[in-house]
Write a protein that binds this ligand. Structure first.
Ligand SMILES: NC(=O)c1ccc[n+]([C@@H]2O[C@H](COP(=O)([O-])OP(=O)(O)OC[C@H]3O[C@@H](n4cnc5c(N)ncnc54)[C@H](O)[C@@H]3O)[C@@H](O)[C@H]2O)c1
Ligand SMILES: [Zn+2]
Length: 376
């Protein structure tokens, strides 16, 4: 199967192609060499992905005539730290032949490796070119577009970072063969988000094809799914690269979702699982305002639960969630900014969600599942 290319078009020649298809890791060397004036590449990956695909990435780069080495850090969000970031420079500056301004960084792995490697590329020698080779569905559909790079700080996630666009993204769908199903579904939650904010027809597509993809994520349909989602994210980012306007639409499900994720502790729920709950709660809030109908809500809920993503969670402490939501600097005077659907496939930003509305929406997460409700 031929790869599909989605172009991310940004001003000032900072646009880049996202190529999607099976076997693209083998094309990595040719792609990097094709950027021009490159003699050395450094692949940055986490320990798990380095073990699985590091040798293939380095081999591809070397067979294109480049000096190439692999630098790995221990896998997991807990390692997306300034200390691990600093450690990568120790490896980078010890390479022989040495890294110089013409060198290219390759990010190989999920969103954690992408964020770490991208931030290394943004800062090493005041900025090096970089190429992303994402290996999780979440990184494929989300982190591959937009040029955000960051590490975490004890005060919060992603607090230290930079915008730095890659020169290209190569998504090898074969690498998804080894991705655990829970991690596949984690990324599918962001696909459902894209459908709700921009593409109601994608909801139908997901209903038909997404559940089997959690078991066989390397199937040909994954290429189509990833391409559609990269295109949606690219369209949003192209119109608002620095996140002042419509890029906020990507936060659908994330206001309550982030609060649930943070309150649970980051090792309890995966990001996409928390966003699944956040989307259901936000849709309850929207239905309460009469923006959407209860059938719209049930349709999305059925889709999420069909993907084994959570749509109910007992024991949520609303006061704790409220404190986290109010802490966000975008929220003023006790009102919370929310992205809400106005129909399936379209959202708007509202600045005025009240404590009462949010409490009511979150309380619905503890209730019966409406998709199994015989009256529904
Ligand atoms: N820069 C952005 O725009 C952006 C967007 C979304 C998320 N993020 C960041 O991404 C991170 C989450 O990304 P993630 O969910 O990919 O997490 P991750 O990178 O930690 O990957 C999840 C787990 O899967 C393993 N893994 C990755 N690929 C694999 C494969 N092909 N086979 C087997 N195992 C594999 C990893 O080692 C890890 O244990 C967060 O830190 C988040 O802040 C960044
Ligand atoms: Zn997200």
């Amino acid at each position: 199967m031929n790869p599909v290319t989605v172009n991310v078009s940004l001003a000032g020649q900072r646009g880049y192609p996202v190529q999607i298809g099976p076997g693209l890791l083998g094309e990595l060397g040719g792609f990097v060499a094709g950027l021009g004036s490159v003699s050395r590449a450094a692949v940055i990956s986490d320990s798990t992905v380095a073990e699985l695909y590091g040798a293939a990435a380095v081999e591809s780069l070397r067979s294109a005539g480049l000096a190439a080495d692999l630098l790995a850090f221990p896998a997991g969000e807990a390692n997306k730290t300034l200390a691990r970031f600093a450690g990568l420079f120790d490896g980078l500056f010890a390479l022989d032949p040495a890294v110089d301004r013409s060198s290219v960084i390759v990010a190989l792995g999920g969103g954690v490796a992408g964020d770490m490697a991208g931030f290394v590329a943004a800062t090493a020698l005041r900025g090096l070119r970089w190429v992303q080779a994402p290996t999780t569905v979440l990184a494929d559909v989300d982190a591959s577009v937009g040029g955000k790079t960051a590490v975490d700080h004890p005060a919060g996630k992603n607090l230290v970072g930079a915008f730095h666009q890659p020169r290209g993204v190569l998504i090898d769908t074969e690498t998804l063969r080894s991705l655990p199903p829970r991690q596949v579904r984690n990324g599918l939650a962001e696909c459902v988000k894209h459908a709700v904010i921009r593409d109601a027809e994608l909801l139908d597509w997901l209903k038909r094809f997404a559940a089997p993809l959690a078991q066989t994520p390397h199937a040909p349909q994954m290429t189509e799914l990833l391409a559609r989602n990269v295109a949606i994210k690219a369209a949003v980012v192209e119109s608002d690269e620095r996140e002042s306007g419509v890029r906020q639409h990507l936060n659908f499900g994330h206001t309550i979702g982030h609060a649930i994720e943070a309150a649970a502790g980051y090792d309890q729920l995966l990001h996409g699982e928390a966003v699944s709950l956040g989307m259901v709660a936000a849709m309850h809030l929207a239905a309460g305002r009469g923006l959407i109908g209860s059938e719209d809500l049930r349709r999305v809920e059925r889709l999420l639960s069909g993907l084994d993503l959570p749509v109910r969670r007992a024991g949520l402490d609303f006061d704790a969630l409220w404190r986290i939501m109010l802490h966000d600097k975008k929220n003023r005077a006790g009102r919370v900014r929310m992205v809400l659907p106005v129909r399936l496939g379209a959202v708007e930003v509202f600045d005025d969600a009240t404590r009462g509305e949010l409490a009511a929406a979150v309380s619905r997460l503890a209730g019966e599942r409406s998709d199994t409700d015989p009256d529904a």
